[in-house]
Design a protein around this ligand. Structure first.
Ligand code: ZN
Length: 500
C-alpha cells in the first residue's frame, strides 16, 4: 500500500477514536460531578444520563469503519511505524472487546450499577446487607453474561480480569498470592510483636484547613500540574481523566486521621502524574491513558508507600509538617514519626490499611469474587465467608457488615476483577523501584526534595508510553525480568527489619 493511503487510514482511525473519546470524557465529567457535587435525589436521573452516554460511546467504538480500517492496516502491518503499529493493536483490542457486547447489555450494566451504588451507599450507612443483596445478584448475573459474550471458551472471571490487567489470569494470581501469603503474614506478626502501642499523635486533632494546605504543598512538589487538573473533596478519593489537559483528583479529610487525607492525596497524585506525563504525541488517542489498572496502581502505591512512608521523604518534609502542627508534633522526633507512619495494625477498612496488611485485604476479596462469579458462593453466604476469611488472614472479624462486606463500592459499580490490580500494583512498584535505584540515587533525591529526578525517571521509563506497551512487556522492558513477587518481598523484609 502506498504511504499516503496508509497515512489516510491512520488519520481516519484517529478521527473515529476522537469521537469515542469525547463521549467517554463527557461521561467522566458527569461521573466526577456525581461524586463531588450531585444532590442525592438526582442520582437516578444521572444513571439514565450515563447509561445513554455509555450506549453512544459504545456505538462510536464499534463503528464498522473502525473494523474495516483496522483490517486494512493489519494487512500492511510491516509497513507501519512502531507507534502506528502500537496504536492499531490498542484499537483492535478496544474494538474487538466492545463489538462482542450488545449495546443493550452495556446500557443495562451502566444503569443497574448506577442505582446499585446509591443503594449500596444507604445499605452501608444502615448496616443492611439484605437491601443490597438483590442488586449484587443482578450485577453478577450481568457480568457473567458479559464474560460469555466476550469469550465463551474462557472462565468468566479470567475474562473479567483481562479487562483490567491484560494477560493476567487466575493461575497467575493464585501463584503470586501463594508466594506472598506466608512471608507477608510472618513479617506482620514479627512487627506487631515488637512495635509497641499505637502512637497517640496519629489520632490527635489536626485542623482540616492546615491538612489541606500541607497536602497541596506535597502534591505540587511531586509535580502535579494544576493548570491541567484540580483537587476536590469526595467521599471516596479517586482520579479521573476528563480530557488530555484535565486530570482531576479528590480526597477526604478527617480531623482525627492526619495520615488518611494526606496519603490519599499522595496516592491520587501518583495516578494523576501517570496521566499527565504520557507522551504528548499520543494526546487525544486511546493510547493516551494508563495501560492497565495494575500499572496505574504501581504509580499511586509507589508514591504512597515506597516513597512517602520512607525515612528520606520525611527527612525532607517533617520539619515543615511540624511547623504546620507545632502543638501536636513539636516534641515528636523524626524517628518516632517515621515509626508512626509505618505503624502496622490489622484493621477492617481496606482503604485505611497499612502497607503490609493491605495485600491481605486484596487476597480476601479475590477469593470471594472468584467464587461469586463462578457460582460456587451464593450472594446470601457472602457475609459469612467474608468474616471467616477476615479472621483467617487478618486475625480479626468485623462486628458489622459496614466494616466488612459492605465497605467497598467496587462490586456495586460492577468492578469484579478489579481488586487484584491493587496487589499487582505493589508487585510492579517494587520491581520498578529496584531498577530505578540502579539509575538514580533515590534516597538522596527524596531527602533533598528533588522529586523531579524521580518523575523524570518514571516518565522516561514508564509514564510516557501510555498504553503503547502491555503490562508484561513494560515490566520486562524496564526491569529485564517478568513480574515477580520477589522485589516486593525483598523490599518489605528490608524495610520492616528496622521495626521487628
Ligand atoms: Zn488507586
Amino acid at each position: 500500500m502506498n504511504s499516503t493511503l496508509l497515512e489516510a487510514h491512520c488519520c481516519e482511525l484517529k478521527a473515529l477514536d476522537t469521537e469515542f473519546l469525547l463521549f467517554t470524557e463527557v461521561a467522566a465529567v458527569l461521573n466526577w460531578d456525581q461524586e463531588v457535587l450531585l444532590p442525592t435525589d438526582a442520582v437516578e436521573r444521572r444513571s439514565e444520563q450515563l447509561s445513554l452516554l455509555s450506549k453512544l460511546a459504545h456505538a462510536k467504538i464499534t463503528d464498522p469503519r473502525i473494523g474495516a480500517v483496522l483490517d486494512e492496516l493489519t494487512c500492511h502491518s510491516d509497513e507501519l511505524s512502531e507507534k502506528d503499529a502500537d496504536y492499531a493493536r490498542c484499537m483492535r483490542r478496544q474494538y474487538d472487546v466492545n463489538s462482542k457486547l450488545p449495546s443493550s447489555l452495556v446500557g443495562e450494566l451502566t444503569q443497574v450499577s448506577g442505582v446499585a451504588q446509591a443503594v449500596w451507599t444507604q445499605a452501608r450507612k444502615n448496616n443492611d446487607f439484605a437491601s443490597f443483596a438483590p442488586y449484587l445478584e443482578k450485577i453478577i448475573e450481568l457480568l457473567r453474561q458479559k464474560a460469555l459474550f466476550l469469550n465463551p471458551h474462557e472462565k468468566p472471571y479470567n475474562v473479567l480480569l483481562d479487562l483490567y490487567e491484560p494477560g493476567v489470569t487466575m493461575s497467575v494470581l493464585d501463584t503470586l498470592f501463594v508466594q506472598t501469603e506466608k512471608p507477608l503474614v510472618q513479617i506482620v506478626q514479627n512487627v506487631m510483636k515488637k512495635q509497641g502501642k499505637k502512637p497517640a499523635f496519629l489520632t490527635d486533632l489536626y485542623s482540616i484547613d492546615l491538612q489541606d494546605a500541607f497536602a497541596r504543598k506535597v502534591m505540587y512538589k511531586m509535580g502535579y500540574d494544576t493548570n491541567r487538573g484540580r483537587l476536590d473533596l469526595s467521599v471516596h478519593p479517586f482520579t479521573t481523566v476528563l480530557g488530555n489537559n484535565d486530570v482531576r483528583i479528590t480526597t477526604r479529610y478527617d480531623e482525627n486521621m492526619l495520615l488518611s487525607g494526606l496519603f490519599s492525596v499522595i496516592h491520587e497524585t501518583g495516578h494523576a502524574l501517570y496521566e499527565q506525563n504520557i507522551d504528548s504525541q499520543l494526546a487525544n488517542t486511546s493510547l493516551c491513558m494508563g495501560v492497565s489498572m495494575g500499572i496505574h496502581e504501581s504509580q499511586s502505591r509507589m508514591w504512597e508507600n515506597m516513597f512517602a512512608r520512607s525515612k528520606p521523604f520525611w527527612t525532607y518534609w517533617y520539619p515543615e509538617l511540624q511547623k504546620c502542627f507545632p502543638v501536636q508534633l513539636q516534641h515528636v522526633p523524626l524517628d518516632e514519626w517515621y515509626r508512626g507512619v509505618n505503624y502496622i495494625s490489622p484493621s477492617h477498612i481496606r482503604v485505611d490499611a497499612d502497607e503490609l496488611t493491605y495485600t491481605l485485604h486484596i487476597m480476601l476479596r479475590y477469593e470471594i469474587e472468584k467464587a461469586l462469579i463462578d457460582g460456587s458462593l451464593p450472594v446470601k453466604e457472602v457475609q459469612e465467608v467474608w468474616n471467616e476469611q477476615s479472621q483467617k488472614l487478618l486475625g480479626i472479624k468485623p462486628e458489622t457488615d459496614s466494616l466488612g462486606v459492605l465497605q467497598d463500592v467496587h462490586w456495586a459499580a460492577g468492578l469484579f476483577g478489579y481488586f487484584p490490580s491493587y496487589a499487582l500494583g505493589n508487585y510492579y512498584a517494587a520491581q520498578f523501584v529496584e531498577t530505578m535505584k540502579k539509575d538514580i540515587q533515590l534516597d538522596t533525591a527524596l531527602a533533598g526534595g528533588h522529586f523531579n529526578d524521580i518523575l523524570q525517571w518514571l516518565t522516561k521509563n514508564i509514564l510516557s508510553y501510555g498504553s503503547r506497551k502491555f503490562p508484561a512487556e513494560l515490566i520486562r522492558n524496564v526491569s529485564g525480568a517478568p513480574l515477580s513477587v520477589q522485589p516486593f518481598l525483598d523490599y518489605i523484609s528490608a524495610k520492616y527489619k528496622d521495626f521487628a
